[in-house]
Design a protein around this ligand. Structure first.
Ligand SMILES: NC(=O)c1ccc[n+]([C@@H]2O[C@H](COP(=O)([O-])OP(=O)(O)OC[C@H]3O[C@@H](n4cnc5c(N)ncnc54)[C@H](O)[C@@H]3O)[C@@H](O)[C@H]2O)c1
Length: 310
């Protein structure tokens, strides 16, 4: 078996590579290292069955040796992901997540004999109206005069339309040891709480998120490859819904640190709730969340503490 993993140096892609290698598959990984790191690949970069190509994913057809290869599976996780890009870097978000992704998808139609697993997002629901939100529910976006936020979600949704025979994984809020930048809320809260810094926090008691660990997402991708139905979209999210204040308190408790509340965190268009119905993934390929929030947070805190002590 031969798999192509784009975004192989990123949070979810790196865990997918590990799972493919554990199965004895041959893996080609592509990443331009715009966000992912060699450190994220240190466990497997020297594995004889892994070959890394430092390239833009849209250039797949000109990567020497790779452009002509044939694959049994494609896991497409390369993307511009940080939320600030949706607001401040709309053109680049479109370029990577739509134009480059389109080139990769077209190339894959000729070069992949098996399933194409696409990293989509629960952002495509916009402001969901039904909870937990299922794959068949409608999407609700703000207009462009209000916010740039939906530039990412619209691109992700468009790719689902453009490649209707792929399997689209609509991940919720993902976290894990290989993403410790202060861009996403969990690493941001952990780092600030450990340092004793003030937290910019959304204190609206109605604002909730449900978090899913990257390893659970990688498992879901492999399970979808084995048993998922081509052409379907699947929600992959955490079961527990939590307010930002409760999240900060939990981190403070696990880290044994005081939480210092600073100014309110405000972002145009920020959706109030995120809670996904994941029963379709359970029914089609048996996916369940394994790493619950308490365990995931404790793992992240330990990891970030060590990183900060270096
Ligand atoms: N992290 C989340 O909360 C989240 C939530 C929903 C959906 N997703 C989706 O899951 C997938 C994986 O995300 P992740 O969390 O692992 O993000 P990540 O940023 O950790 O990984 C993405 C990787 O893509 C690489 N990359 C970016 N542009 C590239 C390009 N032009 N060419 C080649 N490589 C490029 C980056 O360097 C990075 O390593 C993405 O499609 C993302 O949109 C993520």
């Amino acid at each position: 078996m031969k798999a192509l993993v784009t975004g192989c140096a990123g949070l979810i892609g790196s865990s997918i590579v590990e799972r493919c290698l554990d199965r004895g598959w041959n893996v080609v990984g592509i990443d331009n290292l715009s966000r992912g790191t060699m450190e994220n690949m240190k466990e497997f970069k020297d594995n004889d069955n892994f070959n890394f190509f430092h390239f833009h994913l849209g250039l797949i057809d000109v990567i020497p040796g790779v452009g002509q290869m044939s694959f049994d599976a494609v896991f497409h996780m390369g993307a511009l992901v940080q939320t600030k890009n949706f607001y401040e870097n709309v053109e680049e978000t479109f370029k990577v997540n739509v134009l480059e992704a389109y080139d990769l998808m077209n190339w894959s139609k000729k070069h992949c004999t098996g399933k194409f697993i696409n990293g989509s997002s629960s952002e495509i629901y916009g402001h969901p109206q039904i909870f937990p939100t299922g794959e068949y529910n409608d999407v609700h976006f703000d207009g462009r005069y209000k916010t740039n936020r939906w530039s990412y979600a619209l691109g992700k949704l468009l790719m689902e339309y453009i490649y209707p025979t792929a399997i689209h994984m609509r991940f919720g809020n993902v976290y894990g040891e290989r993403d410790t930048e202060e861009e996403h809320v969990i690493p941001k809260f952990i780092k600030r709480i450990l340092r004793g810094d003030e937290l910019e926090i959304d204190l609206n008691e109605k604002t909730t998120r449900s978090f899913v660990y990257a390893e659970d997402c990688a498992d879901a991708c492999i399970m979808a490859y084995d048993k998922g139905v081509s052409g379907e979209s699947y929600n992959i999210g955490g079961y527990e819904e939590i307010t930002m204040f409760a999240l900060a308190k939990k981190i403070g408790k696990f880290a044994n640190k005081e939480v210092v509340i600073g100014k309110p965190f405000v972002r145009d268009g920020n959706p109030i709730r995120r809670n996904l119905d994941t029963s379709k993934a359970l029914e089609h390929f048996g996916w369940r969340q394994k790493i619950y929030l308490d365990e995931g947070l404790k793992r992240m805190i330990e990891y970030i503490k060590k990183e900060m002590d270096k």
